[in-house]
Design a protein around this ligand. Structure first.
Ligand SMILES: Cc1ncc(COP(=O)(O)O)c(C=O)c1O
Length: 387
């Protein structure tokens, strides 16, 4: 019999893989499930990206290994976009790298930046990759509680002097998955005051920066003008509905970005070049061309807020991102509630505990399906559970 590494055997499956199994079991019993669990866009990718992919894939010159950090024209387009959107000036040679999706880079960055035993703060509830990545790198994950009390922002002032000093890295994510919270400039200012005092590396996951109702979210790099300690991650997945294309980028401090490229080079290559050209085409879209995407998520969120109000379920009033973070009715755990919602109403949402222990008592709705499906899901949610 083959032996699997103990670390892998001991590791729980990625939460969304577990949910997919539950959904399949339901479908095998002949039920149609509305899946509001995973943050996968139901919109098509931009025509310009598809056209660039088609054209470039016909050229044999693009069928080979690409440079590990991606092609220079893409890194230049990224630097231009960062300047346009945030006023952040980056050197495309050293301060930018393409990624096969931002998840890849987020998982590898701790390997590039942490030594065994180094402490790293991550948000809980938060994207589940963070603590897994820190642990995989031999680091020591320290959960930073996000709670309703703090408007789902980390309470940096609550960290003890000892913890502050022992920490090497902090990961932040705004607009947040799963809560949808956005950080105001005052939060970033405090973050960088503390980061400078304790010499932290700041990792900012900005995958949802273009999905907002009114106030455009900020970039952490705006608050670290010399790029002394920041690596910031961006994704084509959410803004351009290109989840399956696997394209993202990391940018910021040159030493950290180059260390990430080094780790990455040991483990994979760059994305398929035609996909990188498609990324250039996507980044060339004007802000006005992103408005329909923003409206799509905004109106889906609004629809679900109405349904939650009607069902008497409290939630965080998210005005950005893909998600709504809502309260599990009293007397049920997050998993019990989401299992019953699937069983009784055929709506799959994510139990808050998929995002860390502080997610207990909450569930996450991804407002990503077509308006028709969202409407059906809203009606089913309003019915609530049977007694
Ligand atoms: C907060 C956050 N960061 C990063 C990612 C990864 O996105 P990708 O690897 O598709 O760029 C996701 C995906 O759901 C996410 O929610």
């Amino acid at each position: 019999m083959v032996r699997i590494a103990q670390a892998v055997t001991a590791q729980a499956a990625y939460p969304f893989a577990t949910l997919a199994v539950k959904k399949r079991a339901m479908e095998q019993r002949g039920h149609t499930v509305i899946d509001l669990s995973i943050g996968d866009a139901s919109l098509p990718a931009p025509d310009a990206a598809v056209a660039a992919l088609r054209e470039r894939s016909l050229l044999a010159a693009h069928h080979h290994y690409s440079s590990y950090n991606g092609i220079l024209p893409l890194r230049r387009a990224i630097a231009d976009w960062m300047d346009r959107r945030f006023g952040v000036a980056l050197d495309p040679e050293r301060e930018v790298t393409a990624l096969m999706g931002s998840k890849e880079g987020l998982f590898r960055l701790p390997q590039a930046a942490l030594d065994p035993g180094d402490a790293a703060i991550y948000p809980d509830p938060g994207y589940p990759v963070y603590p897994l990545a820190i642990r995989h790198a031999g680091g020591r994950p320290i959960a930073m509680e996000l709670s309703k009390r703090n408007g789902f922002l980390p309470d940096l002032g609550a960290l003890s002097e000892d913890t502050g000093r022992s920490v090497r890295m902090i990961i932040v994510n705004f607009p947040s998955n799963p809560t949808g919270a956005i950080a105001a400039p005052a939060f970033y200012e405090e973050l960088y005051r503390m980061a400078a005092r304790y010499d932290w590396i700041v990792v900012s996951d900005n995958a949802y920066c273009e999905i907002y109702d009114d106030a455009p979210p900020r970039a952490a790099l705006e608050f670290d003008p010399k790029h002394e300690r920041t690596v910031e991650f961006f994704s084509f997945s959410k803004t351009y509905s290109m989840t399956g294309w696997r394209l993202g980028w990391a940018c910021g401090n040159a030493e950290l970005v180059q260390a990430l490229v080094k780790v990455k080079g040991l483990q994979d290559s760059a994305p398929f070049e035609p996909v990188q050209f498609a990324g250039i085409a996507a980044l060339a879209l004007s802000d006005a061309e992103l408005v329909p995407t923003r409206r799509f998520y905004g109106s889906n969120r609004a629809l679900m807020k109405k349904a939650l109000d009607a069902a008497g379920i409290p939630y965080f009033d998210a005005r950005a991102g893909f998600y709504l973070w809502a309260r599990v009715p009293a007397g049920l755990s997050a998993v019990e509630f989401t299992d019953r919602l699937l069983e009784e109403r055929r709506v799959l949402v994510t139990p808050g505990t998929a995002f860390g222990p502080n997610g207990e008592g909450w569930f996450r709705i991804a407002a990503t399906r077509s308006p028709d499906q969202m409407q059906q899901a809203a009606e089913r949610l309003e019915q609530g559970l049977s007694r």
